[in-house]
Design a protein around this ligand. Structure first.
Ligand code: NDP
Length: 328
């Protein structure tokens, strides 16, 4: 096999979306343990933004994006997990933003019959994230009361659905009336516009009959962290899983005592898909639920690779709901 030319979304240096360029790149034949995939759709995620900005330091230039789905066109030596012609999806590692890409075969999850590749691409990173957050970081069950910030966003919409499906109750927050309506439609019992609320923790407690919540899912970070902490019941858990508004500054651990012996954790997907077995369990569960209609993903926008900068500007400026995709 010889090198193939692909069109790729390249981050040329750390910065805002203006550092992104679409370039032709050479893709070598798949190496040992790799599969070469013709990419059908690429997911847009906040981790791409953190990598582009240099918040997560990267050596530039690099091919952007971690999530996608496509069809295996060739496999390298030693690959047994997938075969040529398989439809696959993945959440990791970076380098997926291209028409053709070599992916580690161990990171590929089979896409079930009946599920289109765009939905599969949309589901992998945010879907498996919501899955571990409600099953493994905190075991949501019947009667669990959960606070979900940015509930109309990508991870947010999936959290609301998964918590509700387990018999839990969601108190949602979002930044506009349209977004609150999305959260209510998905099953949230209360929805609060945090851009118009002076005392967010008091509003959350009021929505929960004066009590603190069992668990707060916070991917907004800097802007909501204090309110999340103050919204918990004694021994409740704050799950800080992102920083869409900025990273949370260092804080005094005594605050956990004052808030009622509460827990704070800062989980990340890679630790919850650490083995192939765990990756397949989560990935197949999420894709299977989508194929069966038990879970729904709103595709909030599709952008050609050449318009990726606009997709990221839209995501970062809070204009979007649901999931954004790049179509190579
Ligand atoms: P979203 O679609 O949720 O977009 C982010 C949302 O956050 C916005 O739409 C906005 O909703 C809200 N927001 C609040 N303040 C700001 C701000 N200052 N700037 C931008 N957005 C703001 O994104 P994702 O679903 O892709 O990701 C959500 C979070 O989950 C991110 O922090 C991401 O890093 C994290 N994440 C973490 C993972 C992990 O394993 N730890 C894996 C995947 C994602 P509104 O207008 O309603 O306020």
């Amino acid at each position: 096999m010889t090198d193939t030319t692909a069109t790729a979304l390249v981050c040329t240096k750390p910065g805002d979306s203006s550092v992104l360029e679409v370039q032709d790149v050479e893709v070598s034949p798949p190496g040992e343990g790799e599969a070469q995939v013709e990419v059908a759709a690429v997911g847009v995620n906040f981790i791409d933004v953190y990598q582009r900005q240099g918040v997560y330091p990267m050596e530039t230039p690099f091919v952007m994006c971690s999530e996608g789905a496509g069809t295996v066109r060739a496999v390298g030596e030693g690959v047994t997990d997938v075969a040529v012609g398989d439809r696959v999806a993945w959440a990791h590692p970076v380098g997926a933003g291209a028409t053709t890409a070599n992916r580690p075969a161990k990171d590929l999850v089979p896409v079930p019959d009946g599920l289109d590749l765009e939905t599969a691409a949309a589901a992998m990173l945010q879907g498996m994230t919501a899955h571990y957050l409600v099953n493994s970081t905190y075991a949501v069950g019947p009667g669990t009361v959960a606070l979900v910030h940015a509930a109309a966003g990508g991870v947010g919409q999936l959290l609301v659905q998964m918590i509700t499906a387990k018999g839990g109750k969601v108190i949602a927050t979002a930044g506009s009336e349209d977004k609150l309506e999305i959260a209510r439609r998905l099953g949230a019992v209360a929805a609060i516009n945090y851009r118009e609320t002076d005392d967010l923790a008091a509003a959350v407690r009021k929505a929960n009959g004066g009590n603190g919540v069992d668990v707060a899912y916070d991917g907004v970070g800097k802007a909501t962290f204090d309110a999340s902490l103050d919204s918990l019941r004694p021994r409740g858990m704050l799950v800080l899983f992102g920083g869409a508004s900025g990273q949370v500054p260092p804080f005094d651990l005594q605050r956990l005592n004052k808030a009622g012996s509460v827990y704070v954790t800062r989980p990340t997907l890679v630790n919850y898909t650490a083995t192939r077995e765990e990756l397949l369990e989560r990935g197949e569960s999420v894709l299977g639920d989508l194929a069966a209609g038990r879970l729904h993903i709103e595709i909030g926008g599709r952008y050609p690779l050449a318009e990726a900068a606009r997709a990221y500007d839209d995501l970062e400026s809070r204009r979007t709901t649901g999931k954004l995709l790049l179509i190579p």
